[in-house]
Design a protein around this ligand. Sequence first.
Ligand code: PNS
Length: 161
Amino acid sequence: MKTAIYPGSFDPVTYGHIDIIERAAKLFDKLIVLVSINPAKPSTFSTEERVDFLRKSTKSVKNIEIDSNSGLLIDYLKKKNADVIVKGLRAMSDFEYEFQMALINKDMYQPAETVFLSANAASMFLSSSAMKQIAMFGGDISAFVPNCISGDIINRLKIQT
Ligand code: PNS
């Protein structure tokens, strides 16, 4: 059974992530979507909130598990006997950072292989941080996140004016 890990901040999940989850789940027997810590990006939502948003948004995908990890990704891979890391790429601007991560992870753990899936055209411009700004200022985020989580996101972020 081939298990792949899709790690990310997911702060919060967007349709761009959901697209990668649905496509990656078709390529592997099992996909673990892993809420991880990116020390370069302080998170807006707690780990529990991010896991909950992911669970609600991916109910229709059967062969996935949502989990969280506060340590190194490669230690989680070893724990799960997995060697495939899935990442989504939106543009060349993502590439340098993602390529560096892939090389560092492989250097630390030789079996680790990073597989990149290109974002679909509709998600190329989509980012959690842009979506959070729109929600904060009362804009419409229905094109970016599913209805089942948009209310919670707006309630948490909306600035009272
Ligand atoms: O969605 P992001 O913020 O691009 O995801 C980055 C993330 C969380 C996958 C990355 O920072 C990560 O793997 N964090 C865990 C710590 C780790 O293993 N870092 C890699 C070695 S520098």
